[in-house]
Write a protein that binds this ligand. Structure first.
Ligand SMILES: O=C(O)CCC(=O)C(=O)O
Ligand SMILES: [Fe+2]
Length: 227
């Protein structure tokens, strides 16, 4: 399922990221692409081992850590340090699938990419085109959100970024390994969590219905989580 998370970064955060990115060295985006996607990828990136890239990745990780919707929807076990990309006019990323397994920089661990994310850093009126096109079971979804907003989608989806025809589209993108690998189970848990939150608006936390729903949520997570 596609999930839109508004306001992951504040306006101040977005301005800070853009100022730092504006004075950073951009390189060909193919540095992190797999064999097939390298042939499909025409964009620019900040190297993740650059000091600017690391500082901004830490900022995004910090904001993700306290974002309740991201934690409920992705149920992250490991998060790849966010990368930063840019598509100037004429740039695009043709249809591809993200690599299933990625080395986690500097850790000796690997990460299975269950959930893909794009966190937008450009406002909608700053560029034309540049839609993230995600193929899911309901057809192709076209995604373009305001700066600071993020989309989560199953990493199993074929996706592309349509050509930018005016301006420049800047974003952060990364992958999460989820405690719950299966997208259907993960989506059910997220919807269940949202229903519990709704129920707690009108019932006290010690109400038997709230206790029962909370117990079932945790027991389902216990059944399905892999650590
Ligand atoms: O720029 C985006 O929104 C997506 C980037 C992407 O699909 C990738 O780098 O694999
Ligand atoms: Fe991708």
């Amino acid at each position: 399922m596609l999930i839109h998370i508004p306001g992951v970064l504040s306006r101040h955060d977005v301005a800070h990221c853009r100022a730092v990115l504006g004075r950073s060295q951009w390189v060909d985006g193919r540095v992190t692409a797999g064999e097939q996607s390298a042939k499909a990828k025409f964009n620019l990136q900040i190297p993740h081992d650059s000091p600017e890239g690391r500082d901004l990745a830490d900022l995004v990780l910090q904001r993700l850590g306290c974002n309740a919707t991201f934690n409920s929807a992705a149920l992250p076990l490991r998060v790849f340090p966010p990368l930063f990309n840019r598509y100037d006019a004429g740039m695009c990323f043709h249809t591809h699938i993200d690599n299933a397994i990625r080395p986690l920089p500097g850790t000796g661990h690997r990460l299975r990419t269950d959930v893909s994310s794009t966190l937008f850093l450009s406002e909608l009126d700053e560029y034309d085109g540049g839609e993230l096109m995600i193929q899911d079971t309901y057809g192709t979804q076209k995604v373009r959100f305001p700066a600071g907003d993020m989309v989560l989608y199953p990493a199993t989806s074929l996706h592309s970024v349509s050509p930018v025809t005016r301006g420049s589209r800047w974003a952060s993108f990364f992958w999460s390994q989820s405690m719950v690998r299966n997208d259907v189970q993960r989506t059910l848990l997220h919807q269940f969590d949202q229903s519990i939150i709704e129920t707690r608006r009108s019932l006290p936390d010690n109400h038997p219905a709230v206790l029962g729903l909370t117990a079932t949520y945790h027991n389902l997570l216990r059944q399905w989580a892999e650590l």
